[in-house]
Design a protein around this ligand. Structure first.
Ligand SMILES: NC(=O)c1ccc[n+]([C@@H]2O[C@H](COP(=O)([O-])OP(=O)(O)OC[C@H]3O[C@@H](n4cnc5c(N)ncnc54)[C@H](O)[C@@H]3O)[C@@H](O)[C@H]2O)c1
Length: 266
């Protein structure tokens, strides 16, 4: 028997990294997955590898290997109609929607005044507006499906303490806290809980394969201490442990859950 037997989870950004691992871990606990990923270049300024359609297919294989059912599609969180159609089709297939994990996100580096207009607006569009579209696409169906459930929004340590060289990213991840707090208050009476998770340095392509990450500090080494953490890196399972906990934590809403090796405290 699994912790989420018979339940359905909608997850964005499932082709790889944290999103893939959340999908596999929920499936191993008995859940069915409705998942999506752009599986292509998100923005021209992206300086870490792009997720591919093969990555998305591999997630489907891994979820099925874990014993789960999955409806997975290639698409963009910035496309509200796409997300609404996927949720509708997933609901028709599985008959319910219990949990949402708004995980898709992008990162770009550069001093505030040196970032291009695209570096600023693309990150806000994906991380903030795309996440709001995920909520808009899913909440009406969650409410129709049953009374209760959870929404977990993946913010960042950069949403708890501002990071140098990450102005657009920090702004987007701080904003997600405001979004989550509003929705937590709105949905509390309907027993739908809303929480944010704040990772730091996770072992994913975004976390460890970004060629521009340390270049940003070459001219301004004074900025580097802001990036210190207590241990080198978190695993995707460390993050899935938190996400699955929050999905099952009946007394937890409006929480900001730092999985950051203490980095938000230094
Ligand atoms: N890796 C880290 O160190 C770290 C630290 C703090 C927060 N985070 C956050 O964790 C979340 C997951 O990141 P990750 O580490 O797994 O990164 P990742 O880049 O490995 O995976 C992100 C996935 O999201 C997808 N995606 C991005 N934009 C999308 C869009 N507009 N529509 C659909 N799919 C899209 C990508 O294709 C990719 O498969 C993100 O929100 C990220 O900001 C990551």
């Amino acid at each position: 028997m699994g912790q989420f037997d018979g339940q359905v989870v909608y997850i964005t950004g499932i082709a790889r990294g944290q999103g893939r691992n959340h999908a596999v871990r929920f499936a191993a606990e008995g859940a069915s997955i409705i998942g999506m990923d752009i599986a292509a270049r998100v923005a021209d300024h992206q300086t870490y590898p792009t997720a591919t359609e093969d990555d998305l297919a591999e997630t489907v294989r891994l979820v099925e290997e874990a014993g789960g059912k999955i409806l997975a599609r290639k698409g963009d969180t910035r496309d509200l109609a796409f997300q609404e159609q996927l949720v509708a089709d997933g609901f028709e297939l599985f008959g319910r929607l219990d949990h949402v994990v708004a995980n898709a996100g992008i990162l770009t580096w550069g001093l505030t005044w040196e970032q291009t207009e695209e570096q600023f607006t693309d990150v806000i569009d994906v991380n903030l507006v795309g996440t709001w579209k995920t909520l808009k696409a899913t909440i009406p169906t969650m409410r129709k499906a049953r009374n209760g459930g959870s929404i977990t929004i993946i913010s960042s340590t950069a949403g708890l303490k501002a990071m140098p060289n990450q102005a657009s990213y920090s702004a987007s991840k701080f904003a997600l806290r405001g979004l989550a707090q509003s929705v937590a208050k709105e949905l509390g009476p309907k027993h739908i809980r809303v929480n944010t998770v704040h990772p730091y340095a996770v072992h994913t392509p975004m976390g460890v394969e970004d060629t521009s990450a340390f270049k940003s500090f070459e001219d301004w080494p004074e900025h580097f201490p802001s990036m210190m953490n207590h241990y080198p890196i978190a695993s995707v399972d460390d993050l899935s442990d938190a996400v699955l906990y929050l999905a099952g934590a009946k007394a937890v809403t409006g929480a900001e859950f730092a999985i950051d090796m203490g980095s938000s405290k230094v």
